[in-house]
Design a protein around this ligand. Structure first.
Ligand SMILES: Cc1cc2nc3c(=O)[nH]c(=O)nc-3n(C[C@H](O)[C@H](O)[C@H](O)COP(=O)(O)O)c2cc1C
Length: 246
């Protein structure tokens, strides 16, 4: 009998297989667990930065990851009723600071993302989105017409202000995902509603695009000396108070 067919060898092979399988399972589960923990750590790490180092810029590659996270945000009926305008031109940023709560933060940030929502829903906009869906999914055009008819009826019965209140709400989901992706890349961000919508809309010509600014997201790298929040604890109400179990 050859050495390789011996009982001893077969047993050893079985044990080795068992160990390798277990190691693979531990590796996959461990990585998953680490990923979950990493997201929470990233969220604890981030804060709304109050001073950026103007000499540090977010790379195009990282910026694209943050924008992709925003693009992947779920939206009501999948309409994606907003756009993200990337402002990195210093002159434009300096014009946009008029009426801003934190002008220095805006000026010194690497990029300003402007989350701007549709000023209202229209039949054309809804059709355009659903024509695109059928095209991408290789379905016959009009496949969703009974659904889009309902959307058109629902939004058609509302005022432009009511529709904008709905489109604007969608932007906050994308804002949150963009912030989380930035944190994962150890890029700082500051969400900001403290700015003049009128100024920003005018400077960026948003009205002509059927858009209205909702919120900004400043991106960049914190200035550790000037950003007073960097040295403070994160404050959130306790879990027992935040979560209401029924
Ligand atoms: C929708 C929204 C708007 C905000 N607007 C501003 C703003 O205009 N200026 C500012 O300094 N911070 C702004 N913040 C940041 C909050 O003050 C900050 O997120 C909050 O105090 C919690 O702190 P943390 O993000 O540092 O953990 C805003 C946050 C959100 C979510």
């Amino acid at each position: 009998m050859s050495h390789f067919n011996s009982d001893f060898y077969k047993k050893r092979k079985k044990t080795l297989n068992y160990i390798v399988c277990n190691l693979i399972v531990y590796y996959i589960c461990g990585r998953k667990l680490l990923k979950v923990m990493a997201l929470l750590e990233d969220l604890k790490w981030r804060h709304a930065v109050k001073a950026y180092d103007p000499s540090k810029k977010v790379s195009e590659e990282d910026l694209n990851k943050i924008l992709e996270a925003a693009r992947l945000a779920p939206t009501s009926s999948g309409l994606q009723p907003f756009r993200v305008i990337v402002v990195q031109n210093q002159e434009l940023k300096e014009l946009m600071v008029q009426g801003a709560l934190n002008p220095e933060v805006m000026k010194d940030s690497s990029q300003v993302l402007v989350f701007a929502a549709w000023d209202t829903y229209t039949e054309e906009k809804i059709d355009r989105v659903y024509d695109y869906h059928t095209e991408v999914r290789d379905l016959p055009k009009g496949r969703f017409s009974s659904y889009t008819d309902k959307l058109k009826q629902m939004y058609g019965a509302q005022t432009a202000e009511e529709n904008f209140a709905h489109t604007a709400r969608q932007t906050y989901i994308a804002l949150g995902l963009a912030m989380a992706q930035a944190a994962e890349l150890k890029i700082d961000s500051t969400p900001a509603e403290g700015f003049s919508n009128k100024v920003v809309d005018e400077i960026l010509g948003l009205r002509e695009l059927g858009l209205k600014s909702v919120t900004l997201l400043y991106l960049g790298y914190r200035d550790l000396e000037k950003d007073y929040l960097s040295h403070m604890k994160k404050v959130r109400i306790p879990m027992e108070e935040f979560i209401i179990k029924k």
